[in-house]
Design a protein around this ligand. Structure first.
Ligand code: OGA
Ligand code: ZN
Ligand code: ZN
Length: 395
C-alpha cells in the first residue's frame, strides 16, 4: 500500500466523538499561510497550514489504539505548504503536503473545529450555561426517581444535566441501605475519598471532628474549602430523619455572587481578589487552603464559591484593607440569609441530595438529637467525572 492509500484509508476522525455533517465542503482556496474553505451554507472558514498539518488524523500522526497524537507540529517546517488540495468523492478535504505527507479531513470534524468568528461564536453559545435560581426553586425542585436513574441511561443523563446546570437536585424512592451511595456513584464514575472517609456519616457524635457531626445549626457553606480542589459533587443520603429540626437549606452561590456584582461591585471585587484562609485541623490531619471566596473563569464568569465560616482562619490582609474585607464578607453572608435566595426543605428517609459543592452552598438548621435519630450518609465525586460521564452519554 502506498502512502496516498494509507492516509486516505485512515480513520479521518481520530477521537471517540461523532461529527454529523451540517454543511458540505463546497470549495477550497489557497492563500499565503492558509486555506480558505467555503461551505455549502456560504460560511467561509480559514485554516492555517500549520493548524491543518497539526491536526492530521492519519495513523502515522495519531496512534489508532489510544487515538492520541504521535506527531508534534514542531517536527514539520514552519513554512510547510500544501502541494495539492481537493475535495474527494466522500466530501473530505485532502491535502498533499510539500514533504510528501497526506492528510484527509472529515467535513463534520472540520466544521466542528473551524475557528472563523461565526463558528467560534456558535461554539461559545452551545457551551452549557448555569441556570441561576433563587427561592422559587423550592416549587420547581429538580427531582428524579432513583430506580430510573439506576436502570435507564436517558434518565441518568437528565439528572446529571440538572446537576450540571442547576446545581441542586433530589433523588426520591431511594432505598435506605448503606450500599446506595457506592452503587449510585458507580453510575457516574468513582468516589473522591477524603480524611472523613470514602463515605462519611453525618450524625451527632460525642467525639465530633467537625461541626457537621453535631446537632448545631450549620450555616451555609461549601464542603472542604480547605482543599486546593473542592469536591465537585456532594451526595447526602437520608437513612433516618426522625429528629425535630435539621432541615436542609440551599442557596445558589453563583446567583448571590452575580447579585453582589450588580448591587455592590466594589464588595464583589474584594471577594474575588482577597485570598482567605480555610483550615481544618484535627489530631491526625492539618489542611489549609488560601483562596478568594469568589473565583472567576477566564471570561469573568463566576465559576466557584469557597466558603465555610466554621473552617475559616483569622483574616489576614493589609491593615487598610481589613475594614473592606469585613464589609464584603458581612454583605455576602447577609445575602445568603435573605429569603429571596433560600430554598429550605426537610430531607426524609429515602431521599437524597446531590448538589454542586463548588456552586451551591448548603446548610442545616439545628436539630434536637433527643427527639429522634438523624443519620445521613455522604460522599463526593469530582466535577470532571460528572462532565466526562455526560459527554460519553451524549455521544
Ligand atoms: C455536612 C453537612 C448537612 C446536614 O455534613 O457537611 O452540611 O443536613 N450536613 O447534616
Ligand atoms: Zn498525518
Ligand atoms: Zn456540608
Amino acid at each position: 500500500m502506498n502512502a496516498v492509500e494509507s492516509s486516505v484509508n485512515a480513520a479521518p476522525v481520530a477521537d471517540w466523538r461523532n461529527y454529523p455533517i451540517h454543511a458540505n465542503l463546497a470549495g477550497v482556496h489557497s492563500a499565503s499561510d492558509r486555506l480558505s474553505v467555503t461551505w455549502s451554507d456560504g460560511r467561509i472558514s480559514p485554516f492555517h497550514h500549520q493548524w491543518l498539518r497539526d491536526n492530521c488524523a492519519c495513523n502515522q500522526c495519531v496512534f489508532s489504539v489510544t487515538r492520541e497524537q504521535l506527531f508534534e507540529i514542531v517536527d514539520a517546517p514552519e513554512s510547510l505548504h500544501p502541494q495539492r488540495t481537493r475535495i474527494d468523492e466522500h466530501g473530505h478535504l485532502l491535502i498533499d503536503w510539500q514533504d510528501g505527507h497526506h492528510s484527509s479531513f472529515h467535513p463534520g470534524w472540520l466544521r466542528a473545529h473551524a475557528y472563523d468568528d461565526a463558528s467560534r461564536a456558535e461554539r461559545f453559545a452551545r457551551q452549557p450555561q448555569s441556570r441561576l435560581w433563587g427561592a422559587e426553586l423550592s416549587e420547581q425542585l429538580p427531582q428524579f426517581d432513583y430506580p430510573s436513574v439506576m436502570s435507564d441511561d436517558s434518565a441518568l443523563l437528565q439528572w446529571l444535566l440538572a446537576v450540571r446546570d442547576i446545581g441542586v437536585t433530589q433523588l426520591c424512592d431511594v432505598p435506605t441501605t448503606e450500599d446506595v451511595l457506592p452503587a449510585l456513584a458507580k453510575r457516574i464514575s468513582f468516589i473522591r475519598e477524603s480524611n472523613f472517609g470514602v463515605l462519611f456519616d453525618v450524625q451527632s457524635k460525642a467525639d465530633a471532628d467537625s461541626n457537621a457531626y453535631t446537632a448545631f445549626n450549620l450555616p451555609l457553606h461549601t464542603d472542604l474549602p480547605t482543599r486546593e480542589l473542592q469536591p465537585g459533587l456532594q451526595f447526602l443520603h437520608c437513612l433516618v430523619n426522625d429528629a425535630t429540626g435539621g432541615e436542609s437549606v440551599f442557596v445558589d452561590g453563583f446567583a448571590i455572587a452575580e447579585a453582589l456584582r450588580q448591587e455592590a461591585p466594589e464588595l464583589f471585587r474584594t471577594l474575588c481578589e482577597t485570598p482567605v484562609e480555610f483550615r481544618n485541623r484535627s489530631r491526625t490531619s492539618d489542611y489549609h487552603c488560601l483562596a478568594p471566596i469568589i473565583a472567576l473563569d477566564a471570561r469573568g464568569v463566576v465559576s466557584e464559591i469557597r466558603m465555610s465560616n466554621f473552617l475559616r482562619s483569622a483574616f489576614d490582609a493589609p491593615v487598610e484593607q481589613m475594614p473592606a474585607l469585613y464589609s464584603a464578607y458581612r454583605r455576602f453572608i447577609a445575602m445568603t440569609r435573605e429569603p429571596r435566595f433560600r430554598v429550605q426543605r426537610r430531607l426524609n428517609a429515602g431521599q437524597l441530595w446531590c448538589f454542586d459543592n463548588r456552586r451551591a452552598m448548603h446548610a442545616r438548621t439545628e436539630f434536637d438529637p433527643a427527639s429522634g435519630a438523624r443519620h445521613f450518609k455522604g460522599c463526593y465525586i469530582d466535577r470532571d467525572e460528572l462532565l466526562s460521564r455526560i459527554r460519553v452519554l451524549q455521544r
